[in-house]
Ligand binder design. Structure first.
Ligand SMILES: [Zn+2]
Length: 375
């Protein structure tokens, strides 16, 4: 063996040692989190919170901070410094009292009651009608201005739906209801424009129908109202080279039945189904079943991030009557993530990081770095 060969061998051995000492890149699933703010919190504190979330494995925020573009500019800058994607989470069809929104734009139920003056279920359920051109104009302007902000990566739609005509079963007790069928007080929208447009399109006078819940065309008309609105907003946001995505109900089978979202027809970039199993009195295998349905409905062509609802006080879950305080226990978090990933999710989204206990974070860290094989 001559010197040249020996030196080559040494070089090879050196390379081998170098590569074997370098740890392979750690796999990690894509993780988002729904987060509200900023209230009176200082920039320094926001930066510390965002840095901590990034360190824990969060890649991007769906951030809710009202409708003022300046808020998103300020917080978005901090998110970018912390290395986070920044999507603005702003409710679409729920709109509180606002001088820019006229009372007649609000949706009307089957008893002719306005969602402004007599909202269903809760005070904040003030839904506007998706069929009003003025509503579209208001939303296009509002989302458009926010999409113009350089620090904003995307617009995240929420409450992009009708009020729940059927509530998730886990909520029936809370509201003292048995929702085994559609009831007129929770059924929208019977405003003059919706009734007239439906008549013009189909010839059916929905106000004369004995049981509107049995009129398939009426269901489809309302799915289409939401779909058309979403697709028009998507054009606005895409024209600014920004992403648009949405928090949706599970399915879309559940979404169609409960809130009239036929979201597999939406031309948006990603979907965040709220696979909140406790609201449906289901366990973690249901999260997998729903994720599978979602990716299949989208023909595996769009990104699905499985929304996970976290229990903020695991010790009290069993004795807690309000389903809003239920959610995934630390020991349920790994199966919830696994079910999502094995069934085709592109990642997960936490509701919310603030509800996570230290025990949740320990399990989260292991689960997001595991390797999953799609079933
Ligand atoms: Zn209407």
């Amino acid at each position: 063996m001559n010197n040249l060969k020996i030196s080559n061998l040494i070089a090879l051995a050196f390379l081998f040692v170098m590569f074997s000492c370098t740890t392979p890149p750690k796999t990690k699933i894509q993780c988002y989190a729904w987060l509200g703010g900023p209230g009176n919190v200082t920039d320094t504190k926001i930066k510390a919170q965002f840095t901590d979330l990034k360190k824990k494995g969060i890649d991007g925020l769906m951030y809710s901070g009202g409708q003022n573009p300046e808020t998103y500019q300020r917080v978005g800058k901090i998110a970018k410094e912390a290395g986070l994607e920044f999507h603005t989470w702003i409710p679409t069809l729920i709109q509180g009292i606002n001088p820019k929104i006229k009372p007649e734009w609000y949706a009307v139920n089957g008893l002719c009651e306005s969602a402004l003056t007599k909202p269903a279920y809760a005070e904040h359920y003030k839904f506007v009608c998706p069929n009003r051109e003025e509503v579209y104009q208001f939303l296009a302007d509002m989302y458009g201005k926010i999409a113009d902000i350089p620090e904003v990566d995307g617009i995240h739609l929420d409450f992009i739906r009708f009020p729940d005509v059927i509530l998730a079963q886990g909520l029936w007790k809370k509201y003292g209801l048995v929702m085994d069928r559609e009831f007129p007080q929770f059924d929208y929208c019977y405003c003059d424009k919706c009734v007239a447009d439906f008549k013009a399109k189909t010839g059916i006078d929905i106000k004369a129908a004995k049981d509107p819940s049995q009129v398939q065309e009426w269901k489809q008309f309302r799915y289409d109202l939401i779909t058309n609105l979403v697709n028009r907003l998507a054009e606005v946001v895409h024209s600014k080279n920004k992403q648009i995505n949405a928090a949706v109900f599970p399915g879309p089978s559940v979404a169609k039945k409960l809130v009239r979202q036929e979201w597999d027809k939406w031309k948006i970039d990603a979907f965040y189904p709220m696979n909140y199993n406790d609201f449906y009195l289901e366990g973690t295998p249901w999260i997998g079943k729903m994720t599978k349905e979602s990716v299949t409905a989208l023909n595996n062509t769009k990104l699905v991030y499985s929304g996970l609802f976290i229990c903020p006080d695991p010790k009290k879950k069993a004795s807690e009557p309000d389903p809003e305080n239920h959610g995934l226990l630390p020991e349920e978090l790994e199966p919830a993530i696994r079910e999502s990933m094995e069934n085709g999710a592109a990642g997960i989204c936490l509701f919310t990081p603030e509800r996570m206990t230290p025990e949740h974070w320990v399990i989260f860290d292991k689960a997001i770095h595991a390797t999953y094989t799609k079933k």
